[in-house]
Design a protein around this ligand. Structure first.
Ligand SMILES: [Zn+2]
Length: 122
């Protein structure tokens, strides 16, 4: 299921192509509309890229046998939670604690949660 979702996301990202033009000729109204479309699309892409990252991280955890284990307390994550959020990395309790600390703010685009491994290890 995760693999299928990742494949779908990757396809959708590829299908997006180069995207809407950043600069348009026209009046200020045209520019405003184009800017808004650009921002919306950028945001949608960022989400898809992040989703793809989360999914591939979940697949790695499946591979190494840590899938469903809370990264904070090492307890098992409840199956119901994994059904609802297949890419969850924390149990409900640790997730709530992280959100209270403000740890779970959406990550900025291009800033991975964990240091990225060098390409040759992937
Ligand atoms: Zn936990």
């Amino acid at each position: 299921m995760l693999t299928a979702r990742l494949a779908l996301l990757t396809r959708r990202l590829a299908d997006l192509g180069p995207g809407v033009p950043r600069f348009v000729v026209g009046d200020d109204g045209d520019h405003a509309v184009a800017n808004e479309a650009y921002e919306l699309e950028l945001h949608a892409r960022e989400r898809m890229v992040q989703d793809a990252r989360d999914l591939s991280a979940a697949l790695e955890r499946l591979d190494d046998g840590t899938y469903g284990i809370c990264e904070a307390c090492r307890d098992r994550i409840l199956p119901e939670r994994l059904v609802a959020i297949p890419t969850a990395t924390r149990c409900v309790r640790c997730q709530a604690a992280a959100e209270q600390r403000g740890d779970d703010e959406p990550r900025a685009f291009g800033v991975p949660r964990e240091p990225e491994r060098p390409l040759e290890e992937q």
